[in-house]
Design a protein around this ligand. Structure first.
Ligand code: G1P
Length: 305
């Protein structure tokens, strides 16, 4: 079997205004909101590196300076910590610093917030002629094998564009893109149709698109042509839809724990779940949560959490 070439580049659309999180996102990128003590976007960059990506392309907009600073060295902070002998904190800084030694991070501006498809299109000249990955930092996916690596492997085997999907109850699917599939080979399904955020009651399947993609060049060609769709924005789902029938697209039911940090309840849940996995924090949180459950009006059981 001949494998498709390795995927070397990953686009991170990070130009959104983060309106769901106002006021905290008024002067701060939502990608920098912490999950426990690490900005959301760092989880995505770590996943990209662990998946063999060599070049990260951040599509940013106004007010995103903090992302650039985060992946840069802070000599002032290093100096401050060195003088005080804080080697444990220096180690944390060096881990972040090391990320940009393992991967080149490029920044490109999306000048208008015209949608996810437009953000990806903005990076088109940086990936010309190559299949490339797209990661949505809101969707944090953690597991033994990085989610993106699973997609890259599926792309290399099939040569297809690949979309990460997960099954959800239909009642919960309206805020996602949804795919319809036909034949399957294990966890890989052939995509025959897709729709961005179907009207409730019209969901064509229970397979929701989550924020990991491998896009082959034909998708970028369609991004040049696609008109605004759902929410009057240029949708990535619509561009992929346009290649169906001409270029293979598969959906991969990936393995891993998925945290939707793109809404306030999802973000709080992710923080709680990840904090509970962290030794040292868990022990502090358990009695607190027990106390909250006992004292909160309306709480009936542990399952309410
Ligand atoms: C985007 C995509 C959607 C996908 C979702 C996953 O929507 O357009 O197809 O299901 O990410 O998080 P957004 O969350 O940006 O509205």
């Amino acid at each position: 079997m001949t494998l498709a070439p390795a995927v070397r580049k990953a686009i991170f659309p990070a130009a959104g205004l983060g309106t769901r999180f106002l006021p905290v996102t008024k002067a701060q990128p939502k990608e920098m909101l912490p999950l426990v003590d690490k900005p959301t976007i760092q989880y995505g960059v770590e996943e990209a590196i662990a998946s063999g990506i060599e070049q990260v392309i951040m599509v940013t907009g106004g007010g995103k300076r903090a992302i650039v600073d985060h992946f840069d060295r802070s000599l002032e902070l290093e100096h401050y910590l060195e003088e005080r002998g804080k080697s444990d904190l220096l180690h944390i800084l060096s881990e972040v610093d090391d990320l940009s030694n393992q991967v080149d991070i490029l920044y490109i501006q999306q000048k208008e917030p015209l949608g996810l498809g437009h953000a990806v299109w903005t990076a088109r000249r940086l990936v010309e002629g190559e299949a490339c990955a797209v990661l949505l930092a809101d969707d944090v996916i953690l597991g033994e094998e990085p989610c993106l690596k699973q997609l890259i492997d599926a792309h290399r085997k099939t040569g297809a564009s690949v979309i990460a999907v997960r099954r959800f109850p239909r009642s919960e699917i309206a805020r996602y893109g949804v795919v319809v599939t036909n034949g399957s080979n294990g966890r890989i399904h052939e995509v025959t149709d897709m729709v961005e955020k179907p009207e409730p009651g019209t969901e064509p399947s229970d397979l929701a698109i989550l924020g990991r993609y491998i896009l082959a060049p034909p998708v970028f060609e369609e991004l040049d042509r696609v008109e605004p769709g759902s929410g009057k924005e240029i949708q990535l789902t619509d561009a992929i839809h346009r290649v169906l029938g001409q270029h293979p697209v598969v959906a991969l039911e990936f393995e891993g724990d998925y945290y939707d940090t793109g809404t306030v309840p999802g973000y709080l849940r992710a923080n709680l779940m990840l904090a509970m996995k962290r030794e040292g924090l868990r022990e502090e949180l358990i009695p607190l949560l027990q106390e909250l459950l006992e004292t909160s009006p309306g709480s009936r059981s542990r399952r309410a959490l």
